[in-house]
Structure formats: structure tokens, C-alpha cells
Design a protein. Structure first.
Lengths: 559, 208, 63
């Protein structure tokens, strides 16, 4: 079948722009890349913190950390950095880069606010981490429960916890501004013909994620300011010693933090939904079901928060248990749809597909062990044990992080004009997959055997020694897998295979322009008649843009 | 002009807002409306803490503060003034929609003054309450009161800044019937601030 | 169910107000501990979602 793609001019932009250009850009593509690079840096920082934890836990006895409080700082900052400075921003970064391209827009709705949203992140990261050099970072867990998080001698008396609060308020503000940007962009700036139900699934997941960010993050902000008032102005919100209620913190905190986990996974699911059809050469199975399942997950995600609080005694248990089980339904729908997309497809096992398959299998395990915890009696036994650590890492690492790497391998060619090396990519995948499972699978057994979370040390005769050692070895394997990745990036940037406009034979609009795209994104937009405009163009179902009448100047708002 | 024809089909509260050529409301105004929904959730967290504290502690108000928050005290005229300022703000918006620039400047100027007066009354009231012994550290009753009203006051302050900027730009001739998104956005924010205050006033002073 | 009908979009907000009501009513009439914080946050969520859905759908381009 002859391709009828119009001949596009070579990329009118080069990323050899100076430092000043990168520092002051309002171009969503550069900002997206800044988000991704910044997030990867914090991924490495969070990973080092995790290695600190694993090194201490490899064997019973306090070998390396003289002070258990430092251990608390390590796991607190590991969680905080990974959630707020890595996974959420990197997904925002991919959304920033890809969404305007996929909807045929020239940029985001508010480019300067976009830049502001980004630059708040490195600043917030410095604030958060500066605790390490100002008398101790936050050490009350990323969940910061009171009264441990309060400003009292056996709590968190130093500045670290206040730096944590302020850093998170900054990050929350950045997120909220970003979500407004995405929503206005998606609803107002789609190309003609791109109706809501022709949008790529990634755009849908970014839409629902933005709704979650918009609605839930301000609740976190309110909890944080209340904690700040408790700590610094004699407030009595959460400190029982002053008449406050410690469970109230948990309530307000989890009202945000549960939707937050969907914020951390939905865009990754969107990326997988873009990648699987391309590498299976089949359309996505059940597009509309996907959209409604995503919306259903978003909505249900707001009604399960107290399943993190089952053991407090203040929770209406049947309601939250039921709602938690219900979330498995739309998630299951998506699982089946992904599998049916692959079924009888013509699979090409390139690195993006490998990571996508990794996502499917690992997220499935994470979903299943989560379903166990949804049963209240089971949760009573497993709450705050390593079972939960296994669950959260299977969904967040096995799910979101694998999804992120799939996205990196898939969109790196579009962003840079060069392919990432397949050999190194496959090496990274294999080592990371094995390392990940070696680290976290044993934690199921450790949890059932009763090993609590957040302990710096454990008795040598508890029977936990071998599994902990295995988990530490796995952790170092994960770290090792980063090396081929970083090497791959550097080598490919310099001398990777040139990608061209559409190296993967993609379906969506970002593949209808050069790699990297010009600053204004598109010279011509193809006709849009379905959710796969570039596929349609390639197979002659729509006319090439060069033969269409010139639509005239791009529609602009009134000023 | 042609904008009206594109929106002829629907009749709703958003019809009067500035529209762009493709028929939707303009991006900055949509952005402000969405920002407001996020602010609703911010206050939701604070109200959640208030209602939880109130349900868990008896008596509420605590005996030493039983009559400290008087609904018909100085806070009542402050409330009336804030409501009036919303009216004057809307008068200003309607004026600039008609291209009545001097009417717009007058109305926004009055709104700004009323907003500042509200803040002054609020600060004065805080002083009175402090002298009655109600502080941030007065247990949950004091903490929730000052946090809720304090963050509201901060939002009023933000609104006052926005009104001042809009007034300045208006006096510099930057707004017309066709281009006044900043005025619409500011007025939407100001109405929101007013609605939150009414909710706060009824909850803290009447419901108690 | 057309997405572009305003009242269908607002339904998502109404849904949460209904959930908030159930979350209040069942413990209230069942005699269990009432989570006022949760009820407040869910009810506010319903209002905020309805407002958000309304402005997004009603404010979208007509095409």
C-alpha cells in the first residue's frame, strides 16, 4: 500500500539552543523535556535513598546507620521524592510534550504558567532535600501522621518537617496550575474534526488525571497548612495534647492521597494504550469502554480513601471495603481491553512493547494483592507490613515506572530525532524486570510473616533474613539497570539512528510532523476522521494535507 | 458581532462571558473558573477540620468562648459591605460589557474600597477577639476560627490586588467591550470570595 | 448519553453529592460513628465537580 504522507520540510528547530533558551522557554515541548529530565534526576536521588534503606535492611543489626532517625529520614524522603518529584511530574512532562501534538494544537493554553509550573519543581526539590543539611530531613514517613509530625521532642522538632510542608505546598500549587492548563487546552484547543471521542486515550487519561489533580490536591494543601499552623503557631488541629484529633490528619491527607495514586498511574495507562496498538498493528480494543473505565476509576478513586485507615477504629468499614473492591471492575475492563488489543496482533517486540508488557503483568500482580487488602480482616493483619510495600511498588514501579520507560523509548525519537538503541534497551528491560521482581516479590512473604514497615532493624531469629538479603540484591540490580539506560541516552543523542517523522508507524497526530517538531508543531494537519488520523492518512482513507484547501490562519482567542 | 451568532443556540449563565471566535468562553476566564473549583476544595479541607472538631468536642463553643463570636457584632456590617461590593463589582462588569468605561472605573473603584474596608474591619475584629482571649492557640475552637477566616482574608487580599490592577489598567484605557477578560476573571474571583464568606459567616457565627 | 449536554456533565457532581448523603445518612440512622470531615469533603467535591463539568462543557467551542 503506497503511503500518501505529504512531504514535510525538515525540522525547523534544533535542540542546540542555548542555556538561556532552555531557562526561559514557554514552548510545551521544551518544558516537557525539562520535566522529564528533572524527574529522572529525582528518580536517581530517590533510588539512592532506597538503596540506603535496603543496605541497612540486608542483614539484621544496625550496620551502617548509627542513628535510627537517619533511617527514618531515608524512607520518608524516598517516598516523598519518588511520588512528588519523580512519578507525578514525569507523567505531567509527557502530557506536556505529547498532548498538544496529539490534539493538533500549537501549544498549551497558558504557556507562561506552564513554565512557572515547571520551575517551581526544582525549587521545591531543593527545599525538601535541604532538610538533610539543616539538622535533619523530614522523618515522619511520607504520610506524616500526627503526633509524630508535630513540633514536640519525640515528634519532629527540627526544620526538616517544615521544609517538607513548604516544599509540598509549592509542588501542589505547581500541579494545580498544570491541571488547569491541561483542561483548558484539551477542551478549547483541539483541531477541527477532533471530537472528544476521537481523542487519543493518552489525552483522555491526562484529562481525567487533571480533574483529579484539580479536585484533590487543594485538599492536601489545606492539610499541610493546618499541620504548619499546628507546628508553628500553637494550633490544635491534629495534636491530641492540645485537644486535636490525630485521625483527622489521616482523613484529610488520604482524601488527597488516594486519588493521588490514580494521578500516578492513569497517564502511564494512557501511554500503554498508545503503544500497544502500534506494536500489535491492531486498533485499541474497546475505545469507548476505555474512556468510561478511566472516568469510572477517577470517580471511584474519590470514595475509597479511608481504606488506608481501616485499623483506626473511626472508619465506616463496609462502605470503603465495597468501594475498594468496585474499583477493580473498571481496572479489569482495561486489562481485558489491553489483552484483546494484543490478541492475534502482529507483535513487534521492540523495547517500548517489552516495557508495556512488563506494565501489564506487574500491574496485574499489584491489582491482585491490592484486592486482598480490600478485605477488611485481611487488611487488619497486613496493615503497615511489608505486604503493603509489595503492593505499592508493584503498582507504582511495576505499573507506572515501566509505563514511563515504555513512553521514553516510544517518544524519545519524536523528541530528539534519534532512535534509542534497541540492544541497550532490551538489556535495561531484562535487568530491571528481574531486579524489580527480586526486590519486591519476597515482600509479600515478609508481610505475611509479620515484618512491619518502616523499621531500621529486625531480630535475627524472626526468619526474615534471607528474603531481606534477596530484596537488597534486587535493589542493586535495579540500580544497575539504570546504567545501560543512561548510556543509551547519551550515545543515542550523539549518534543514534535518525528517526524521521514516523519511525513506529504510529496512529496519532504527533507522528504527522517532523522529529523534533517545529516550534509551532504542524505545517499542515491531516484530515481528522477517527481516533487514528495518521493511520487513516497512511492507508489512503483521508486526503493528504497538501491537497486540502488552506484552512486559513489558526484560530486565536480574542486577544 | 459574529461571536453572538456562534453562541445563539445555548442560553445559560456563561453566555454573557467573553467568548472567542470558535464559540467557547475565552481561555483565561475558563482558567479562572477552574481555579475557583480548586479553591472550593481547599476550603473544603478546612471546613472538614472544623466540622470534625465541632462534632468531637463538647461543649462547642467552649464555655469560656460561648459569646465571643457575636453574629450581630462588627462582623455583620462587614458582611453587608462585602455583599454590596459583589454587587458593585458586577455593575462594573456590566458597564464595561456596554463599553461604559467611566461607569466601569467608578464601580470597580467602589468595589476596591469596600474590599479594603472589609479587611480593615477583619483586622480590627481580630484585635478585639485577641483581647477576649481567643487566639490561634485557644484549642481547636480558636485554631479553626482563625485558620478559616484568616485564609479567607488572604483570599480577599489577593482579590484586592487583582481589583487594584484591573482598576489601574482600566484607568489606562486598556479595556473595552471586546477586550476585558481580566475584568471578567477578577469579578468571578471576587464573587467566589463573597460566597465563601457568607458560608463562613453562617457556619462560624450562626450555626456555631 | 451525549457528553456535550450540560446536564449530563453536571451529573458527575450530583453523583458525589448523593454519595456524600449516603455517607452521612447510613451511619446517622444506623447509629455508627459519623465522619463529618468525610461528609464535608465529599459534598464539596460534588459541588466543585458539578461546577467544573458545567464550565468545561458549556464553555467548549460549538462544533
Amino acid at each position: 500500500m503506497a503511503t500518501t504522507a505529504p512531504a514535510l520540510r525538515p525540522a525547523a528547530t534544533s535542540y542546540r539552543s542555548g542555556l538561556y533558551e532552555w531557562l526561559t522557554t514557554t514552548d510545551h515541548k521544551k518544558i516537557g523535556i525539562l520535566y522529564v529530565v528533572n524527574s529522572l534526576i529525582f528518580f536517581f536521588v530517590g533510588g539512592l535513598l532506597a538503596l540506603g534503606v535496603r543496605v541497612e535492611l540486608a542483614q539484621p543489626g544496625l550496620q551502617f546507620l548509627s542513628d535510627e532517625n537517619l533511617y527514618n529520614e531515608l524512607f520518608t524522603m524516598h517516598g516523598t521524592v519518588m511520588i512528588f518529584l519523580f512519578i507525578i511530574p514525569i507523567l505531567v512532562g509527557f502530557g506536556n510534550y505529547v498532548v498538544p501534538l496529539q490534539i493538533g494544537a500549537p501549544d498549551m493554553a497558558f504557556p507562561r504558567i506552564n513554565a512557572l509550573s515547571f520551575w517551581m519543581l526544582p525549587l521545591a526539590g531543593i527545599l525538601l532535600l535541604s532538610g538533610f543539611v539543616t539538622g535533619g530531613a523530614a522523618a515522619a514517613g511520607w504520610t506524616s501522621y500526627s503526633p509524630l509530625a508535630q513540633d514536640r521532642p519525640l515528634g519532629s522538632p527540627g526544620p526538616g518537617q517544615d521544609l517538607w510542608v513548604t516544599g509540598l505546598v509549592l509542588i501542589g500549587t505547581s500541579s494545580i496550575l498544570g491541571s488547569i492548563n491541561f483542561l483548558v487546552t484539551i477542551f478549547k484547543m483541539r483541531a477541527p474534526g477532533l471530537t472528544l471521542f476521537r481523542m487519543p486515550i493518552l489525552v483522555w487519561t491526562v484529562l481525567v488525571t487533571s480533574v483529579l489533580v484539580l479536585m484533590a490536591t487543594p485538599v492536601l494543601t489545606s492539610a499541610l497548612v493546618m499541620l504548619f499552623i499546628d507546628r508553628n503557631y500553637g494550633g490544635s488541629f491534629f495534636d491530641p495534647a492540645n485537644g486535636g484529633d490525630a485521625v483527622l490528619w489521616q482523613n484529610v491527607f488520604w482524601f488527597y492521597s488516594h486519588p493521588a495514586v490514580y494521578i500516578m498511574v492513569l497517564p502511564a495507562m494512557g501511554m500503554i494504550s498508545e503503544i500497544l496498538p502500534v506494536f500489535a498493528r491492531k486498533p485499541l480494543f474497546g475505545y469507548k469502554a476505555f474512556v468510561f473505565a478511566t472516568a469510572g476509576i477517577g470517580a471511584l478513586g474519590f470514595s475509597v480513601w479511608a481504606h488506608h485507615m481501616f485499623t483506626t477504629g473511626s472508619v465506616y468499614l463496609p462502605f470503603f471495603s465495597l468501594m475498594t473492591f468496585l474499583i477493580a471492575v473498571p481496572t479489569g475492563v482495561k486489562m481485558f481491553n489491553w489483552i484483546f488489543t494484543l490478541w492475534r496482533g502482529k507483535l513487534t517486540f521492540s523495547t517500548p512493547l517489552l516495557f508495556a508488557l512488563g506494565f501489564l503483568s506487574m500491574f496485574l500482580i499489584g491489582g491482585i494483592n491490592g484486592a486482598f487488602s480490600a478485605a477488611v480482616p485481611v487488611d487488619f493483619a497486613l496493615h503497615d507490613t511489608y505486604w503493603v510495600v509489595a503492593h505499592l511498588h508493584y503498582v507504582l514501579f511495576g505499573g507506572s515506572v515501566f509505563g514511563v520507560f515504555a513512553g521514553i523509548y516510544y517518544w524519545f525519537p519524536k523528541m530528539t530525532g534519534r532512535m534509542l538503541g534497541e540492544g541497550l534497551g532490551k538489556i535495561q528491560f531484562v535487568i530491571m524486570f528481574i531486579g524489580f521482581n527480586l526486590t519486591f516479590f519476597p515482600m509479600h512473604a515478609l508481610g505475611i510473616a509479620g515484618m512491619p514497615r518502616r523499621i531500621a532493624d529486625y531480630a535475627g531469629n524472626a526468619g526474615w533474613n534471607d528474603l531481606n538479603l534477596a530484596a537488597t540484591i534486587g535493589g542493586f540490580l535495579i540500580a544497575a539497570s539504570i546504567l545501560p539506560f543512561v548510556w543509551n541516552v547519551f550515545v543515542s543523542l550523539r549518534s543514534g539512528k535518525p528517526a524521521g517523522d514516523d519511525p513506529w508507524e504510529g496512529n496519532t497526530l504527533e507522528w504527522a510532523t517532523s522529529s523534533p517538531p517545529p516550534p509551532y508543531n504542524f505545517d499542515h494537519l491531516p484530515e481528522i476522521r477517527s481516533e487514528r488520523p495518521v493511520f487513516d492518512l497512511r492507508h489512503g482513507r483521508t486526503k493528504p494535507a497538501a491537497t486540502l484547501p488552506d484552512p486559513g490562519p489558526v484560530s486565536q482567542p480574542t486577544h | 458581532m459574529t461571536d453572538r451568532a456562534l453562541t445563539a443556540t445555548a442560553h445559560g449563565p456563561l453566555d454573557e462571558l467573553a467568548h472567542d471566535e470558535r464559540g467557547g468562553i475565552s481561555n483565561p476566564i475558563l482558567g479562572m473558573l477552574l481555579f475557583i473549583t480548586s479553591e472550593v476544595m481547599f476550603f473544603a479541607g478546612l471546613f472538614a477540620a472544623y466540622f470534625a472538631s465541632r462534632a468531637a468536642i463538647a461543649p462547642w463553643p467552649p464555655t469560656e468562648f460561648e459569646h465571643t463570636l457575636e453574629p450581630l457584632g462588627i462582623v455583620f456590617p462587614a458582611t453587608v459591605l462585602l455583599v454590596i461590593s459583589s454587587v458593585t463589582c458586577q455593575i462594573g462588569v456590566n458597564a464595561i460589557r456596554r463599553d461604559d468605561r467611566s461607569g466601569f472605573i467608578r464601580a470597580i473603584g467602589i468595589t476596591l474600597v469596600l474590599g479594603i474596608v472589609f479587611l480593615v474591619i477583619q483586622i480590627y475584629d481580630y484585635g478585639l477577639l485577641y483581647s477576649h482571649g481567643l487566639t490561634l492557640a485557644s484549642g481547636p475552637y480558636g485554631t479553626t476560627y482563625y485558620t478559616l477566616t484568616g485564609f479567607h482574608g488572604a483570599h480577599v487580599f489577593g482579590g484586592v490586588i487583582m481589583l487594584a490592577v484591573v482598576l489601574y489598567r482600566g484607568m489606562a484605557g486598556q479595556f473595552s467591550a471586546r477586550h476585558h477578560d481580566a475584568v471578567e476573571g477578577t469579578s468571578i474571583y471576587w464573587h467566589f470570595v463573597d460566597v465563601v464568606w457568607i458560608g463562613l459567616y453562617l457556619t462560624l457565627y450562626w450555626l456555631r | 448519553m451525549r457528553m456535550s449536554h450540560v446536564r449530563n456533565a453536571v451529573a458527575i457532581g450530583i453523583l458525589f453529592v448523593v454519595i456524600a448523603f449516603i455517607y452521612w445518612a447510613v451511619p446517622y440512622f444506623g447509629g455508627w460513628h459519623l465522619d463529618y470531615a468525610g461528609v464535608t469533603m465529599l459534598a464539596a467535591l460534588g459541588i466543585a465537580m458539578a461546577l467544573m463539568a458545567y464550565v468545561l462543557v458549556a464553555g467548549s467551542p460549538r462544533e
